[in-house]
Design a protein around this ligand. Structure first.
Ligand SMILES: *Cc1c(COP(=O)(O)O)cnc(C)c1O
Length: 355
């Protein structure tokens, strides 16, 4: 079986081999060498001069942590356009924050003007945005949104790039993103269980003043330990080995070539969609580069289609997230997939569409 769902995605044998290397102490010199050794390449990928922190948790740990570290007594604005971004409002409230949802219809992007209208009300500490909403295949215009947030100097911008990280350029420092976070099992094609994030100086200054940060996701703890090339608590060392191996892959291919490969494989899927008379769930100009959410305008039996794909070809794609089940299906081109892999998948999709 091969996974083409938008996370977790297929993990290469090479990555798994790295994951299974013998254990070392997390306060040992070997660990510090491992941790310190990957920092420069992580910073290059994050396009930041800030340290990149490693959290042994899934992305939600840091998504919750960002709220607890950056929202003091002010409000949180959660931009909502799909399952993951909608959930963030609930998470903010569970952290005891006063949170406001900027909700747009599923399938639509978040626009800068809408963010400005909300922030103009005043009293906000934080805005959360999901760059690539995995449930709907929508990519929101992050540069446009970041420019608007910059008009409000007291507001910190938190961006989730779980399904877009390393797929296309996302210049954290240049855009003025305060927290950029991602997870291991999607765009990075590693096993689930690790989250990566970087925080701006402004974000760290805010965190230092905020009460109730807790311990496990306290950004200040991460910063302190970072000075010695360590994490606050025992990390999943296996993930860090896998990450080192993945960085070797990424920099061997070349970051620009990796971006170009995703652009190309994404265009191949788009061609398939058009050729087969399907429509896109996301509007033109706001479509994800790492997955395609296909609208089932033809009214096919999605479950039957996916069943055939799995039985005949051993490929698994996703039949639509939550309320979009059966109304859409999603095809991932994240991670290591080459044009040849995607061509093979598309041929299998063709075959499975026939009775
Ligand atoms: C999958 C996903 C998450 C949640 O990740 P977990 O690893 O389950 O915590 C958050 N944001 C986006 C955009 C995702 O695709």
């Amino acid at each position: 079986m091969k996974l083409f769902i938008p996370g977790p995605i297929q993990v290469s044998d090479k990555t798994f081999e790295a994951f299974c290397r013998p254990m070392i102490g997390h306060r040992s010199g070997d660990f510090k060498k491992l941790y310190g050794g990957i920092q420069p390449r992580l910073q290059q990928l994050f396009q930041t001069t800030q340290p990149v922190f490693l959290s042994t948790s899934s992305a939600w740990g840091v998504m919750e942590g960002a709220i607890r570290n950056l929202a003091g007594t002010g409000k949180v604005l959660n931009c909502m356009c799909g399952a993951f971004s909608d959930k963030w409002l609930d998470v903010s409230r569970r952290c005891g924050k006063e949170a406001v949802g900027l909700q747009v219809e599923w399938g639509q992007p978040i626009r800068g003007e809408q963010v400005r209208e909300q922030l103009k009300q005043g009293g906000f500490d934080v805005v959360t945005v999901i760059h690539n909403e995995t449930s709907t295949g929508v990519m929101s215009p992050i540069a446009e949104i970041a420019a608007v947030v910059a008009e409000f100097p007291e507001v910190r911008l938190v961006v989730d790039s779980v399904s877009s990280f390393s797929v296309l350029p996302l210049p954290m420092d240049e855009l003025g993103i305060d927290v950029l976070l991602t997870g291991s099992q999607k765009a990075l094609a590693m096993p689930p269980g690790l989250a990566l994030f970087a925080a701006s100086k402004r974000a760290m200054e805010r965190a230092a003043e905020v009460k109730g940060r807790g311990y496990y996701f306290d950004f200040i703890e991460f910063q302190k330990n970072q000075l010695e090339d360590m994490t606050p608590s025992t990390p999943s060392i296996s993930h860090i080995y896998a990450l080192e191996s993945k960085l070797d892959d990424i920099f061997t291919e070349g970051v620009a070539a990796r971006h170009a490969r995703h652009e190309h494989t994404n265009a191949m899927v788009h061609e398939w969609v058009k050729r087969n008379g399907f429509e896109f769930f996301a509007p033109e100009g706001y479509r994800s580069k790492s997955l395609t959410c296909v609208a089932n305008n033809r009214g096919i039996d999605v479950a039957g289609f996916l069943g055939k794909l799995k039985e005949r070809h051993g490929f698994i794609i996703d039949g639509g997230y939550g309320k979009l089940k059966g109304k859409t299906f999603r095809i991932s081109n994240m991670g290591d997939e080459t044009p040849a892999d995607i061509a093979e998948l598309l041929a299998a999709l063709d075959d499975s569409l026939l009775s």
